[in-house]
Design a protein around this ligand. Structure first.
Ligand code: MN
Length: 319
């Protein structure tokens, strides 16, 4: 068993000015990172994290400990930069990593990017979103339908770069020939559903690059409200040794492809620790401070002016 075909595509989407996503396709290592932070900090964060992975000698990596070490190193680099550089302060990034070794796929994960597995004609979400809406759904406070449109669906509860250490989810999947693994940013999953994702991957399973590009264009057709990143690889028969020319794709984050559409500052991603989730919800659910209607101000002003006029008239008469 070995890594067969691979693909990695990232796209700015239709609403954002910049692409703050990054990915790594360096078999047997794969990752996606979705950055956040003001100005260009989100881009810096995701690219630093991706570069930390790409720099590492994968020969040294072993199992989930290796994957955790990799993500901790990426976290350390983003955190240090955020502390050194005032313009990068508060930046962070998600990171979902897959490492294939000895017939197993080790997943490491922080944030709301996702890993999926296509096996036997079905799609399984492997990772658990570290997001506000997922916390709320798990505690039964929100239905999946409500989560889809929740104004704070971009709030994540864990990220790289916000603390010196990060809590990483890891687990291992026993790979099978024919498996397709998908890593993606929320710009894909917030625009198209699991059924559509499965359809595309099944339909283009012989051409993963085509599959990845189709997923991106489907997400754009669905609105393209966020940056979209798709990484996919398949588990093929054969030995790891005859790993055919593993193209070393660049750590990507493509140039801006701002279309003619209005760039809107869509719901910006932010990080909130899980224990403060309720606080944020309370704050968020409160309606934007309602201003008193201008009508009442007008009436108040007229009453005031009439009062002044009356005083002046009385004063004039008394002279
Ligand atoms: Mn995103």
């Amino acid at each position: 068993m070995r890594v067969g075909r691979t693909a990695g595509v990232t796209d700015t989407g239709r609403r954002r000015r910049r692409n703050e996503d990054a990915f790594v396709v360096q078999p047997p290592l794969f990752a996606v990172a979705d950055g956040m932070g003001g100005a260009q900090a989100g881009e810096v964060a995701s690219k630093l994290a991706a570069a930390a992975l790409a720099d590492t000698d994968h020969g040294q990596l072993r199992g989930s400990e290796g994957v955790v070490a990799l993500i901790q190193e990426a976290n350390r680099r983003v955190y240090e930069r955020a502390n050194e550089d005032p313009s990068a302060s508060g930046m962070g990034t998600t990171m979902t990593v897959a490492l294939v070794e000895d017939g197993q796929v080790v997943i490491g994960h922080v944030g709301d990017s996702r890993a999926y597995l296509v096996r036997d004609g079905s799609l399984e979400q492997l990772t658990d979103d570290h997001s506000l809406v997922n916390e709320l759904m798990k505690s039964g406070k929100l239905s999946p339908e409500e989560a889809e449109t929740h104004p704070q669906r971009s709030v994540i509860t864990r990220a790289l770069g916000t603390d010196p250490d990060v809590d990483v989810d890891t687990f291992t999947i026993e790979a099978r020939e024919g498996d397709i693994f998908l890593l993606c940013s929320d710009g894909l999953t917030s625009m198209i559903g699991d059924t559509a994702i499965l359809d595309v991957l099944e339909h283009h399973r012989r051409d993963l690059d085509r599959a990845a590009r189709t997923l991106v264009s489907e997400a754009n057709r669905g609105g393209g409200e966020d940056n979209i990143t798709v990484v996919a690889f398949e588990i093929a028969p054969g030995d790891a040794d005859d790993l055919e020319e593993t193209r070393r794709l660049p750590v990507a984050g493509e140039e801006d492809t701002l279309s003619g559409l209005d760039p809107v500052p869509a719901v910006d991603t932010m990080v909130v620790p899980p224990d403060q989730v309720d606080v944020v919800v309370a704050r968020g659910v409160a309606p934007v401070e309602t201003r008193r209607p201008a009508y009442w101000r007008l009436v108040a002003a007229m009453v005031f002016l009439l009062a002044v006029a009356a005083v002046l008239v009385v004063w004039g008469l008394l002279r």
